[in-house]
Design a binder for this molecule. Structure first.
Ligand code: ADP
Ligand code: ASP
Ligand code: MG
Length: 419
């Protein structure tokens, strides 16, 4: 008997028929003798609908109330799944985050889980229940409802698996695993049987929404066995999806590049003609940080006659606010010539642990993009990733070109030579 945490996303819970299918899959695992905690998302489209309602009434809704509203989608889902399980004559009990006591900090809309009280869950499991828990939501120490950020049910799933030291956390979604890139963009993307934790962390942080980044962080911190699978296969399917591995040797495929992530959520800002002197980066980015705006890529150009240009990217949602801070505060304080911004950019990133040992990946990337006339606006590299910023309209082309250049549709060579 194993203790398994399963998480079902919005599309998997998207209609009464889909919920019935989820219940049937849960039934199969219960009949196989496992204990199950099932974490669910709101039905697909529901969170957007709820957030839309709030915006209709007030373009600047209070963050506390946003979370009160957004968290209700998951509450509907847990009740629906519980009654679908009852219909199959299974014992099942639903819990909101508040009822479990999933304690978070008080950062509305992007709260972090601090602790999970697993007492009630354990008791119910011991009494033979399937425990159904609402994803995406928690409660702060003052009793306010909080939510964990878009895609946050993944994190609820992994955090509960960690708290219960479950044998496995299975993330069921509308694709059958982690692919070399989003299969909706590149139809010949290839499913990976395994991917290392480090690579998954990079892909998630660079925009692959198949797993929320914090769920991967949790899995790493607590060594949760994490798998991504499809809820659209036959309920008796033995397909194993993609396993996130912690040891490089465990990874069966040793490709140099494992995947390509892309992200349209950023915007680029350039402060032109600032005096190149000590403290200039601080005097530009200090006020931005003080306004609670996160900065991603940063580039400072070589100076010309004592003046330099300074570029960086921020989240697109914070673009307007960042421009305002720069124009109102930074420009007069530094004497910068002008501040220009572009929120029609995209970031495309190659990820692979093989980059550590193989030189020339970045130049091959730049060459492939150059042949297609895709202009690179910014570059950033780290040990296992290379990212470029391009005009948003070339994003899809860039992803396809790179997928082809690095032959990600084909299994790595070592794999092909196996009998
Ligand atoms: P859920 O509602 O189940 O949480 P999401 O929509 O959040 O599902 O995540 C699944 C989606 O992630 C897929 O439908 C796919 O379009 C997208 N995706 C992006 N990158 C990848 C990737 N590398 N592998 C698989 N899916 C990916
Ligand atoms: N329902 C939330 C969202 O749409 C959380 C989730 O699905 O993971 O972002
Ligand atoms: Mg998701």
């Amino acid at each position: 008997m194993s203790l398994i945490v399963q998480k079902y996303g919005g599309t998997s819970m998207g209609s009464p028929e889909r919920i019935r299918e989820v219940a049937r899959r849960v039934e199969r695992f219960v009949k196989d003798g496992h204990q199950l905690v099932v974490v669910v998302s709101a039905m697909s489209g529901e969170t957007n609908r709820l957030l839309g309602l709030a915006k209709e009434l007030n373009p600047e809704p209070d963050p506390r109330e946003i979370d009160v509203i957004a968290s209700t989608g998951e509450q509907v889902s847990i009740g629906l799944l519980a009654i679908a399980l009852h219909r199959l004559v299974l014992k099942a009990k639903s819990y909101t985050g508040f009822q479990v006591r999933i304690l978070t900090d008080d950062a509305y809309s992007k709260a972090r889980i601090l602790s999970i009280d697993e007492t009630n869950i354990r008791k119910d499991l011991d009494e033979g229940n399937v425990v159904v828990v609402a994803g995406f939501q928690g409660i702060d120490d003052k009793g306010n409802i909080t939510t964990l950020g878009r895609g946050g049910s993944d994190t609820t799933g992994v955090a509960i698996a960690a708290a219960l030291t479950a044998d496995e956390c299975q993330i069921y979604t509308d694709v059958d695993g982690v692919y070399t890139t989003d299969p909706r963009l590149v139809p010949d993307a290839r499913r990976l049987d395994t991917i290392t934790f480090e690579e998954m962390l990079e892909l998630a942080s660079l925009g692959s929404k198949v797993l929320q980044i914090r769920s991967v962080e949790f899995a790493g911190k607590y060594k949760v066995k994490l798998r991504v699978l499809s809820s659209f296969t036959d309920v008796n399917s033995t397909d194993m999806g993609t396993l996130i591995t912690f040891e490089e040797e465990e990874a069966m495929e040793q490709a140099i590049i494992s995947g390509i992530a892309f992200n349209r959520d950023e915007a680029k800002i350039t402060v032109r003609g600032v005096p190149d002197k000590p403290g200039i980066a601080y005097s530009i980015l200090g006020p931005v940080a003080d306004a609670n705006i996160d900065v991603d890529m940063i580039i400072q150009n070589a100076s010309l006659e004592g003046l330099t240009d300074f570029s960086f990217t921020v989240h697109r949602n914070e673009f307007k606010r960042a421009m305002q801070v720069l124009n109102d505060t930074v420009k007069p304080a530094t004497g910068a010539r002008e501040v220009v911004g572009d929120d029609r950019i995209a970031k495309v990133s190659l990820v692979g642990i093989g980059m550590r040992t193989h030189a020339g990946i970045a130049s091959r990337m730049f060459g492939a993009l150059a042949r297609e006339n895709v202009n690179i606006q910014m570059i950033s590299t780290s040990e296992i990733k290379t990212s470029v910023v391009v005009d948003e309209k070339y994003m899809e082309l860039a992803v396809r070109v790179l997928h082809r250049e690095f032959e990600l549709d084909k299994p790595p060579v070592e794999e092909k030579m196996k009998p």
